[in-house]
Design a protein. Structure first.
Length: 441
């Protein structure tokens, strides 16, 4: 059973992030509610309630059937149109932004709740229609149920207005960028809180042994609490040798452990079962995914088909703020088990240098002939230098990147006026921050 834990964790993540997850839950709840209403419709408390609101109830059987049939037909049309709108949004986002942002849009809970309410209302009305079809002489029309169906129909109309307004905002590039930026910033702050113990350092791993991956895929998460308890039980410490999002293959040295457990295959298998591999990137999984999605939006905006340098510049500004937050984050993280007051899991984090190169180098490459993009990259580096002025942890990294910007600008920008603007920006950078780079191109 233990060897299937990883499979079930991956299945769990796929289910909860599916566009059908919340609609299925809500539709099931409506079905249960409809059955309960049919059972409770003629109980004394509800009969007394119906006497009080008799003017709102539809007592005629044919009228009730007509109302429910109309509601079902209308809600089905509403649902089809809404699902079509979702597909249009996903297609537009993929074409104009980046396919990487799709998982975040698909898993947006508000839209799933709206679609689930539509489906639930349809199911509720269908259950009522079945009951209205009965022909027994003693049969009475479920008047309260029909009233609730009409209320659900009105609520669906209100939700449809909200859905159209929300979907129109979702498709806007600025809103997508803002959402990713805020989620990434929150995740960076959360990471700092969870790893704020200054006394924790990486243990000496010279004599540690490897645990090799048994599957191919992108490493995305681990069950830290359960894994920590398992390691404590066997008096082990563990180091995850790759950053989240890294592609691994079978036989890849994924982990290091404080003593050799290669002979205990069951324990190795149980440790690996706490690690999850899947393809989608959600900004809530790790802050680097937010960096990557913003970078991909900027790269897409600089492509000839889109040609939107304004979006790229906005993305660079957002990335500069995120990089400033990243300057004080070390190259490793750890998990502290509060219950047992023990730290036995350590993991590799993106270094500032690796993250800066991976996220900004493609923007520099695709925007090397656009003076505004190059100017904005220089300004972003200057802002990062301001933030790093006290400890200078990243001075050499930023300096190397500025030199790469200068090299590209010298080769691809020939306009004299553009060169003057870039030279002025470089002079300001050198004067304000003391960075040792050429002050002109």
């Amino acid at each position: 059973m233990k060897k299937y834990l990883g499979f079930f964790r991956e299945l769990y993540f796929k289910i909860i992030n599916s566009i059908a997850f919340y609609p299925s839950l809500i539709a099931s709840a409506f079905l249960a509610f409809a059955i309960a209403m049919m059972w409770a419709e003629y109980t004394k408390p509800l009969m007394d309630l119906k006497d009080q609101i008799d003017f709102l109830l539809v007592a005629d059987k044919e009228t009730a059937k007509s109302v429910l049939t109309t509601l079902v037909a209308s809600l089905i049309s509403l649902t089809v149109f809404s699902f079509s709108m979702v597909m249009v949004v996903l297609n537009t986002a993929s074409a104009n932004l980046s396919p990487r942002v799709l998982p975040g849009l698909v898993s947006k809970k508000a839209h799933q709740v709206v679609l689930g309410f539509y489906l639930g209302s349809i199911i509720y009305c269908l259950v009522l229609i079945i009951n209205v079809q009965k022909n027994e002489e003693t049969y009475r029309t479920p008047t309260l149920g029909v009233l609730l169906a009409m209320i659900f129909g009105i609520m669906c109309l209100a939700l449809f207005v909200y859905f159209i307004e929300s979907i129109s905002r979702t498709i806007q590039t600025d809103n997508v960028l803002n959402q990713i930026f805020k989620q990434t910033l929150r995740h960076l702050e959360k990471w700092k809180i969870n790893n704020q113990n200054d006394n924790t350092s990486l243990p000496d791993r010279k004599d540690w042994t490897y645990i090799y991956s048994t599957k191919n895929g992108y490493y995305k998460s681990m069950a830290e609490n359960r894994l920590s308890k398992l390691l404590q039980k066997h008096d082990l410490q563990l180091y995850v040798r790759v950053t989240k999002g890294t592609f691994t293959v079978k036989g890849f040295p994924l982990l290091s452990v404080s003593r050799d457990i290669s002979n205990d295959e069951e324990l190795v298998e149980e440790i690996l079962s706490h690690f999850t591999f899947y393809v989608e990137e959600y900004t809530t999984d790790h802050y680097s995914y937010g960096f990557r999605q913003i970078s991909q939006v900027a790269i897409k905006a600089l492509s000839p088909g889109i040609n939107d340098p304004g979006t790229a510049i906005r993305a660079i500004d957002m990335l500069s703020i995120l990089f400033i937050e990243k300057t004080n984050i070390p190259d490793f993280g750890f998990y502290h088990n509060e219950e047992e007051n023990i730290t036995n899991i350590f993991y590799k984090e993106y270094s500032f240098e690796d993250l800066l190169y991976e996220m900004l180098a493609p923007i520099r490459t695709y925007g090397h002939s656009d003076a505004l993009v190059m100017l904005n990259l220089i300004e972003a580096c200057k802002n990062m230098m301001y933030a790093d002025k006290l400890n200078e942890n990243c001075k050499h990294v930023i300096g190397a990147f500025v030199k790469a910007i200068i090299q590209d600008a010298e080769e691809y920008i020939s306009n004299i006026s553009d060169k003057e603007q870039i030279n002025q920006s470089l002079q300001n950078l050198v004067e304000d921050t003391g960075l040792e780079v050429p002050s002109s191109i």
